[in-house]
Design a protein around this ligand. Sequence first.
Ligand SMILES: Nc1ncnc2c1ncn2[C@@H]1O[C@H](COP(=O)(O)OP(=O)(O)OP(=O)(O)O)[C@@H](O)[C@H]1O
Ligand SMILES: [Mg+2]
Length: 249
Amino acid sequence: MMDNIITVKNLTKVIDNRVILKDINFDIKKNEVFVIVGGSGSGKTSITKHIIGLWKPTEGDIMINGESIVNLDKDKLNKIRMKMGYVFQEGALFDSLNVWENVGFYYIEHTNKSKDEILNIVRQKLKEVNLDESILGFMPSELSGGMRKRVGVARALAIDPEIIIYDEPTSGLDPITSRIIDNLILDLKNRLSITSIVVTHDMVSAFKIADRIMVLDKGHIEFIGTKEEFKSSKNPIVRSFIENTHIEY
Ligand SMILES: Nc1ncnc2c1ncn2[C@@H]1O[C@H](COP(=O)(O)OP(=O)(O)OP(=O)(O)O)[C@@H](O)[C@H]1O
Ligand SMILES: [Mg+2]
């Protein structure tokens, strides 16, 4: 369907005879915030690796804007990857590079843009995530956890992506900083029409930002639905996520 920006169809992944993902099917619509929850090792990060084309399915298909990406050559795949920003689990930055080199990394490595042109892009991206340009020269070790995550988001934004994938963006952050990250995800959706996939263990965050929530369990889909459907679900695995959370508003 045309308004599906991402389609995952009958995705199965087997590594060393172990089934990592089993017959995964879902669509993500343009401008949706799609949240993935599930226990450790349930396959959340593995799904995102297929969506960015880093892993090939053992069976099944991945489509971005209606186009299958699983058999593309390197150049075509790279073109599609340019639509996607990825905010890594642990908010990983390059430790030996300062903030502007981290955010401008793509342009430094892959274009002939001048330092001034790149700095202009970086300043604008920092503004979009509400960071002051006085940190341009800071090293990652000089930033707080929340600032590091925001620099990670700014780096993902650098290529003007249509889709951003966040792998546990609030893990390790205090509740106040976590809510700032939630608001940032919503702001990018509303202001820049970005489609988001957010992998999280943080149910407060999930209930705040999600249009739909998908629950994974041991490599298969246990549930997909809206927040309301999630909250009223009788599925015991879904309930376990609700009951282990103190929902604060
Ligand atoms: N490169 C790999 N080679 C072999 N197995 C892998 C590889 N990466 C992940 N796995 C396995 O795939 C399964 C799913 O891993 P995945 O990283 O997707 O889980 P996750 O849901 O993201 O977990 P977490 O919440 O701990 O990040 C796990 O059993 C893991 O051991
Ligand atoms: Mg993971």
